[in-house]
Structures are given as structure tokens and as C-alpha cells.
Write a protein that binds this ligand. Structure first.
Ligand SMILES: [Zn+2]
Length: 252
């Protein structure tokens, strides 16, 4: 691989040996990369500022067998507001942990890189809890698990009236985490794991999916829907991604 340059966000950072750090980087062009920053814990290290946890940085790396070596670095954004606010720190930890756990090494996912970068930038001026829900929804879509809200998710019939199944827009909507979308009442009756969502929750998810992240996070959502969104998205990620990030226990 030789020497290469990459734009990266630092997902994880662990002290190693006397003065080194082993980092998990999420890069724009090469996906997730494990790298070592040698001597970075010495006060005199020039790399120190370039590889801080969560920072957005431009690096020069040298490809190795298991670990690449960072030879130069220049940080663009350190997001220093994150360490001054526990809720924001918890949210950033969640974003980084989800990207780390749900991606494979060296598989470029530039859309996911942009989503993570935008989420880190948006975190400064927004509600970290709501941003978490928007990020999780968009993360699912970026990974190919976009929840379906149009028509019944079961493909054997064509039911375009799912959101108002013979009733009003105030009726709860059936949803299947396993099938990844809304169900008509007939299919819900045959689906043991089907759950109901309130219409504002479904509307919020659809809005998150179709709006840019920085606009989606400005929507007003009632407490009940927020709880429903958190429960649904976390179950969805556990089921389809097979992970339960440790950092969820620190977020609301
Ligand atoms: Zn159906």
C-alpha cells in the first residue's frame, strides 16, 4: 500500500506501549482503518493535536500488515465542545461506537463518512438526544436497512392505505422490526413480533429520512414519541446490526 493520504475521524484511541496510541480511524476514502501513532503521548509529539479522539483530521499514513502507521497529521476540527458537555460526549461516543461496530475494515463508505462528520458538526448547536435518533435513522438507511413506511412491507399484496387502515390518521401503525417496515392489519395479525407505533413517531422517522440532518434535528417531538423512537431504533439496530453499543447506557 505504501504511503497514502486520508481524511479521517478518530473513532477510538487506546494507549499502547510507553508513548504510542492505537487508533481506529474512519476515513473518507478507505473506510475503517486501524493505525498506530508512535510517540504521540510524548509532550513533544507533533502528531498530538492531529489524532485526538473524535477529531476530523488529515493524515499521511504508511500501510502495514495489520496496523498502518501515521507519519504526519493536521487536524481540521477538534470538536472541543464535546468534552465540555456530558450529554454531547455520550452522543459522540455513540456515533463513533455505532460506526465502528457496524462497518468492516477497508470498505470505503463515503456517504457514511459524511453522515458522521455532519453529525459531529451539528452536535454543537443541537439537542444531543434528538440528534442521536436522527443519526441512527440515517445510519440504518446508509447501511441498507432503511425502514419502509410506504405500503405494507410484506410483498405479497399491494396495500397503499397502510397508514390509515380503514380508520383515521390517529390510529396506531403496525410495524415489524424483523421485516423492516409498516404492516397492514391483516399481515400484523400473522406477525407475532409486530408492534404498534403512534402516528407522530412514524411521521418523525419519515421526516428524518427525507430531510438533511441539520434540518431534521430542528423538528419538535413530544416526549412520548421520543421514547418510542429510542426504543424502536435501538431494537432495530440490535436486530439488524447485531450490536448493542455500550455507550447507549450513558444516553437517554
Ligand atoms: Zn400486508
Amino acid at each position: 500500500m505504501g504511503i497514502y493520504k486520508e481524511e479521517a475521524i478518530v473513532l477510538r484511541s487506546m494507549p499502547y506501549g510507553e508513548a504510542d496510541r492505537i487508533l481506529t480511524l474512519f476515513t473518507r476514502g478507505a473506510g475503517k482503518v486501524a493505525a498506530i501513532a508512535k510517540g504521540v503521548r510524548k509532550p513533544s509529539s507533533r502528531l498530538r493535536g492531529a489524532v485526538q479522539l473524535f477529531s476530523h483530521t488529515h493524515l499521511v499514513l504508511y500501510g502495514g500488515k495489520t496496523l498502518d502507521t501515521i507519519t504526519q497529521g493536521d487536524s481540521d476540527e477538534t470538536f472541543s465542545f464535546i468534552e465540555q458537555d456530558l450529554d454531547k460526549l455520550a452522543a459522540a461516543s455513540c456515533f463513533a461506537e455505532l460506526v465502528d461496530r457496524l462497518t468492516m475494515e477497508r470498505q470505503p463508505q463515503p456517504k457514511l463518512f459524511q453522515l458522521l462528520l455532519t453529525a459531529m458538526r451539528t452536535l454543537e448547536g443541537s439537542d444531543p438526544e434528538l440528534l442521536g435518533r436522527v443519526f441512527e435513522t440515517k445510519l440504518l438507511a446508509a447501511l441498507g436497512y432503511r425502514p419502509q413506511f410506504e405500503g405494507c412491507v410484506m410483498e405479497h399484496h399491494d396495500d397503499r392505505q397502510v397508514l390509515q387502515p380503514g380508520g383515521t390518521a390517529a390510529d396506531p401503525v403496525w410495524f415489524s422490526i424483523e421485516s423492516g417496515g409498516v404492516l397492514c392489519p391483516a399481515c400484523a395479525a400473522n406477525c407475532p413480533g409486530a408492534l404498534t407505533l403512534s402516528p407522530p413517531t412514524v411521521a418523525a422517522l419519515a421526516y428524518f429520512l427525507r430531510s438533511p440532518l441539520d434540518r431534521a434535528v430542528r423538528v419538535r417531538i413530544e416526549r412520548r414519541s421520543r421514547l418510542e423512537l429510542a426504543s424502536l431504533l435501538h431494537s432495530f439496530i440490535c436486530y439488524h446490526g447485531d450490536v448493542r453499543p455500550r455507550s447507549w447506557q450513558f444516553t437517554r
